[in-house]
Write a protein that binds this ligand. Structure first.
Ligand SMILES: NC(=O)c1ccc[n+]([C@@H]2O[C@H](COP(=O)([O-])OP(=O)(O)OC[C@H]3O[C@@H](n4cnc5c(N)ncnc54)[C@H](O)[C@@H]3O)[C@@H](O)[C@H]2O)c1
Length: 422
């Protein structure tokens, strides 16, 4: 994992781009962290990380090395040997929004030089690198991809909060628009990851990422639907999942939850179904079914709460409901597309008084009508019902069981006579 120092621009300094920039600095590259968000860039320059997986000390060390330059000035991208694009790829009215990728391409095209390499890492539908990014780079630079510069795609597999599998030891799929581009992309990634996995073309690499996320999305939907049926039939689905997970082959464990969130699962499979519909005219039925089930889960959580309150002759309206966890994922502060927001919105619309505890999620991501509280014995005891939505390790689970009158545990973290599981 060594190689000559190169000037690398990482476009987008978010959950994907910032850890990537840190790793590149640590193996000896000269890195420009370019982001259009001036506030983010100011925080980076001050040594303040906003991504949990990057500690302030690590950022400060990168800044101190003199090899990391966070910037919001596009001119600082000049002179790059390699540029990696890690900008958002959201949905707009249910369709892929490639606006950020297009903008990044236009910026890089102005500074593209013969011999340089551009790699897209943002998750997207097959064909984006070749059909969308390539002409933008060529038109803006007057150069030809393949002949003059290298172009490839490498999907990001970052799993925020995962301490075992990080960027350096997770195999990295790499691709190029032709053999020389693949060689250049592979050689560059080989300088900072333990193993690269070359694939035949950029479309295959783009599809790889969507396959991985669609696989997760569909399997989560499967256990979510099963959880709803099992509950109605009085069967403990968690017991069955634990038992099935003892099979050493042919089974992979997925668990039910209040819905899916984050930048990936609620969005990426729709990139694939959009592409299938546009290219072939069919629907991708697995994705549509999985969307349907997973999007229904926040409603189901509220339904389970209503049934529990009903047993006590109570209504949701006027009840004090405490939500534990607002992030979509445990031990992170990422509340993007988190099902907690949908659960809170439904409860509020029914007239509940909703409070929430989450040690990681910052205020700006939460509905202002939700009162932010600490997960204390007094708050737990004061609530008519508690819903555990994100099982952060930071919560004191013994206190939850000891103090709460009733808990709906959507993550199977608790046990007790006052606890019901999803
Ligand atoms: N977060 C994850 O766990 C994860 C995992 C795998 C793949 N991905 C994919 O990686 C991509 C990036 O995701 P993220 O979570 O890092 O997003 P993010 O929102 O955390 O960060 C993206 C950054 O890009 C910046 N940006 C937007 N347009 C720009 C431009 N034209 N020039 C420079 N900077 C620009 C934004 O200001 C933001 O800081 C997405 O396609 C996502 O699907 C994310």
């Amino acid at each position: 994992m060594t190689g000559a120092c190169q000037r690398v621009v990482v476009v987008g300094q978010g959950y994907v781009g910032l850890p990537l920039a840190m790793r590149l600095v640590e193996v000896g590259h000269d890195v420009v962290g370019y982001d259009v968000d001036e506030n983010r860039v100011k925080r980076l320059a001050a040594g303040e990380s906003y991504v949990e997986d990057v500690a302030d000390e690590r950022l400060l060390a990168a800044l101190g090395s003199g090899h990391f330059q966070p910037t919001s000035q596009s001119r600082d991208c000049a002179g790059f040997d390699v540029a990696i694009i890690t900008v958002p790829t959201p949905l707009k009215d249910g369709n892929p929004d490639l606006g950020y990728v297009e903008e990044s391409g236009r910026t890089l095209a102005r500074f593209l030089r013969p011999g340089a390499t551009v790699v897209l890492e943002s998750t997207t539908y097959p064909g984006t690198t070749d059909e969308l990014l390539r002409p933008i780079l060529e038109d803006g630079s007057g150069l030809t991809a393949g002949a003059d510069f290298h172009l490839g795609y490498s999907p990001e597999r970052i799993d925020p909060g995962n301490t075992e599998w990080g960027l350096h030891n997770t195999p990295k799929v790499v691709s190029g628009i032709d053999g020389r581009s693949l060689e250049a992309v592979s050689a560059f990634y080989g300088t900072f990851v333990e193993r690269t996995v070359p694939v035949a073309g950029t479309r295959e690499a783009e599809l790889t990422k969507l396959l991985e996320n669609t696989f997760r999305h569909v399997n989560i939907a499967l256990v979510n639907e099963l959880a709803m049926f099992a509950s109605d039939m009085g069967i403990d689905v968690w017991e069955a999942i634990d038992a099935a997970s003892t099979k050493p082959f042919g089974y992979m464990r997925f668990t039910p939850g209040p819905g899916v969130g984050g930048h990936c699962l609620p969005i990426d499979p729709s990139y694939l179904s959009w592409r299938v519909r546009r290219a072939l005219g069919h629907s991708f039925r697995f994705v549509e079914l999985a969307n349907d089930i997973n999007e229904h889960m926040p409603d189901y959580v509220v339904h389970r709460l209503m049934i529990a309150l009903n047993r006590q002759q109570r209504a949701v309206g006027g009840s004090q409901i405490l939500l534990l966890g607002l992030a979509y994922k445990r031990n992170t502060g990422d509340a993007r597309e988190a099902p907690a927001a949908d659960v809170a919105a439904r409860l509020l619309s029914l007239g509940a008084i909703v409070s929430a505890a989450d040690p990681y999620v910052v205020e700006e991501h939460v509905d202002p009508r939700v009162q932010r509280v600490e997960c204390t014995a007094a708050e737990l005891a004061g609530a008519d019902a508690v819903i555990l939505l994100t099982d952060h390790d930071a919560f004191d689970y013994e206190a939850v069981v000891a103090s709460a009158s009733w808990v709906l545990d959507t993550r199977h973290r608790l046990s007790g006579s006052n606890v019901e599981h999803l």
